[in-house]
Design a protein around this ligand. Sequence first.
Ligand code: NAD
Length: 259
Amino acid sequence: MPQLGFGVWQVPDEEAASVVAEALKAGYRSIDTAAAYGNESGVGEAIANVDRDELFVTTKLWNTDHGYDATLRAFDESAKKLKLDVLDLYLIHWPMPARDLYVDTWKAFVELQKDGRIRAIGVSNFQPAHLRRLIDETGVVPAVNQVELHPYLQQADLRAFHAEHGVQTEAWSPLGQGGELLSDPVVTEIAARHNRSAAQVVLRWHVQLGNVVIPKSVTPSRIRENIAVFDFELSGEEMAALSTLDRGDRIGPNPDEFN
Ligand code: NAD
């Protein structure tokens, strides 16, 4: 899985083909979409022209499709829209603990992977308790957990659980959705020192921590800027300074309560 990919949340279906084409031109090879984003068709159109072996495509099962049979149907629908015979990574978008169907959903994921329809299966927004249950009840460890993660929400406990169980941490909203974080003085001072943008410094912090990141932008210059983070390095001191920014601030919902 490429360590840096392109996220397409909030990109309308009719714009997705051109925005993703821009990202492909800039060198991205990993695209992160979801059934809920309503743009799998546009993404499918953009990737149809690229050598399949060079692409890594992720999509996610939406909350209303939890359950064994519903999952199989939802997967077929997503694969059809993306025009893919084999998907690289399929994620359960949210655990929805109050509905209590994520274990059955996971069993369908395991089956789809056995059938060769998906290369890797994972989850999103799972807390340690949800991960532990999947592992205990099915014996199959998710390859990836995609969670909200940025310098204001560093998820230390979850990252430690991932490291212990061999789950890859993937950061959504890696730039904190481009808000206050990108004008935080700690970030902008480091950026000035390296002659880089604040967004590049934050993405580089993720990369050095070992996170997979999927920044989103529809602006061509930013799309290019966000992938240009592999030719500079933050010092130990700079990494430590960025680590002091953690304040447990979620932008999105708490997965334990989102149903
Ligand atoms: P992000 O942290 O990637 O921020 C994107 C926003 O930051 C842009 O809309 C823009 O306003 C700004 N931005 C981007 N590049 C910039 C730059 N170089 N300089 C200044 N500002 C810049 O936020 P996101 O879109 O929420 O997250 C990225 C991806 O993560 C999504 O597109 C989606 O694929 C995924 N995601 C997944 C979940 C989930 O529940 N699994 C939830 C949210 C997002």
